[in-house]
Design a protein around this ligand. Structure first.
Ligand code: HEC
Ligand code: HEC
Length: 380
């Protein structure tokens, strides 16, 4: 069902006491012949605002293509290539390079696309660019999937997620952000939505790759072999995601979460070996100095500015005393966050030489400061 955005008037609209507008179900088929209202189409199950051809290239791509010999021709050509391999928002499909896994129990891709359009698009955008109509004032902004980077996964840094990582995000939402939990949906629906997220991300990554090829090569068309290489490379990382799960050799037992361990974690937090406090601050409030850099403008005036993440958003280290974490608050979640860092952000991975025990010390220090008593019992 589309949402009824603008106030509408006309046949079939019922105004209900609470101020919401509903359509009389009978009115859709009967009046289709002369309906002019966009909102009425939406209520009958159409998304007139999202036509098959409405998946465009990103603003970044268009800017890069300005340097191509024929920018408009390039835009058309690239859009055609993308559509021929990925379909459209109305009829999504994966190139053959992608392993589809066990499709049983997963919503058909087309229905999942429909669900994405009604549940997610207003935040995450038609192409998954994080630029939906509700996105404007949200901090943090809805994720732009097209970079293929995801923060809250169980994987090593910078690996595209497994479908189950995305499904987990859909189950829990991202606490302390506007990303809601979709637990109220059926599991098959969440599985379908995870496929759509993967589809949008892979399409976006392919777009970036092809635009770069086009601009660098000064081309007027792309060879099939170049397109195939882009699709193989993008799909390979997704197909192999499960090989990059980050798992500790062992996990401390609850009774090992002792004062000494927390104290060792505190010392590590303030040490040069981790630099945690340089970003998260001496009081753990997320106000350390390392997130600022000096920027000099064209008039020679300089000021301090927040370092940006890979999406271009100003970095804001977490207040670690907030009492919960976005990527999950179990000890194992925090182990992964600290060991791998957070993809796409300035939060670095722990140095390779840091022992597993030292990472656990940090985990339990962070948990104790957050007022959470991680027991290790229910960690996944
Ligand atoms: C009200 C706005 C809103 C809606 C609706 C919404 N999201 Fe999000 N979503 C966000 C925000 C904000 C983030 C960024 C969280 C962050 O940076 O930690 C996000 C992040 C995500 C992520 C990335 C998590 C990661 O690991 O980095 C996925 C996947 C996602 N959303 C999928 C969906 C899907 C699928 C839907 C629809 C079923 C949806 N979202 C609906 C706001 C929204
Ligand atoms: C260069 C700056 C920087 C350093 C160094 C750094 N962090 Fe972070 N950290 C961040 C930023 C930025 C975020 C927020 C990322 C986001 O959500 O987009 C973050 C988020 C976190 C989170 C929240 C995860 C969640 O699920 O909500 C934890 C926990 C954390 N950092 C712990 C640490 C620890 C422990 C260290 C030292 C080993 C450390 N950080 C070092 C910048 C940093």
């Amino acid at each position: 069902m589309g949402t009824l955005g603008a106030p509408i008037s006309g046949t079939g609209v019922l105004l209900v006491g609470n101020g919401r507008q509903y359509l009389s179900p009978m009115s859709c088929p009967r009046h289709l012949g002369f309906l002019a209202s966009v909102a009425l189409f939406a209520a009958c199950g159409f998304d007139p605002a999202v036509g098959a051809g409405s998946m465009g290239l990103s603003a970044e791509s268009l800017e890069l293509l300005e340097h191509a010999p024929d920018p408009e021709g390039a835009e058309d050509a690239l859009q055609t290539i993308l559509e021929s391999h990925f379909g459209s928002v109305l009829a999504p499909r994966f190139p053959q390079h992608f392993q589809m896994g066990d499709a049983a129990g997963t919503l058909e891709l087309k229905s999942a696309g429909r669900l994405y359009r009604s549940q997610c698009m207003h935040c995450h955008g038609v192409e998954g660019g994080g630029d939906g109509s509700s996105a404007y004032f949200l901090t943090p902004p809805p994720t732009d999937f097209r970079l293929g980077k995801f923060k809250w996964t169980a994987l090593e840094r910078d690996h595209p997620p497994r479908l189950e990582d995305i499904e987990r995000t859909l189950e829990h939402g991202v606490p302390f952000t506007s990303m809601p939990s979709f637990l109220r949906l059926e599991e098959t629906q969440r599985k379908g939505l995870a496929q759509i997220v993967r589809w949008l991300a892979a399409r976006g990554q392919t777009e970036r790759w092809l635009v770069a090829e086009w601009v660098q090569g000064g081309e007027t068309e792309l060879a099939e072999s170049v397109i195939d290489m882009a699709l193989s490379d993008v799909s390979k990382a997704w197909n192999e995601a499960a090989q990059h799960v980050l798992s500790p050799v062992s996990e401390p037992r609850p009774e090992e979460m002792v004062a000494e361990r927390i104290e060792r974690g505190r010392q590590l937090y303030f040490s040069d070996a981790t630099l945690c406090s340089s970003c998260h601050g001496p009081e753990l409030e997320g106000d350390g100095p390392a997130v600022f850099q000096k920027v000099t403008d064209s008039d020679g005036n300089s000021h301090n500015e927040r370092v940006r993440d890979e999406w271009g958003a100003p970095s804001q280290p977490r207040d670690l005393r907030q009492g919960g974490f976005r990527g999950g608050s179990e000890p194992l979640d925090l182990y992964r966050r600290i060991r791998a860092g957070i993809s796409g952000t300035i939060m670095p991975a722990a140095h390779e030489s840091m022992s597993e025990e030292a990472v656990w010390d940090l985990v339990y220090f962070v948990l104790s400061e957050a007022g959470l008593h991680g027991t290790g019992d229910d960690a996944r």
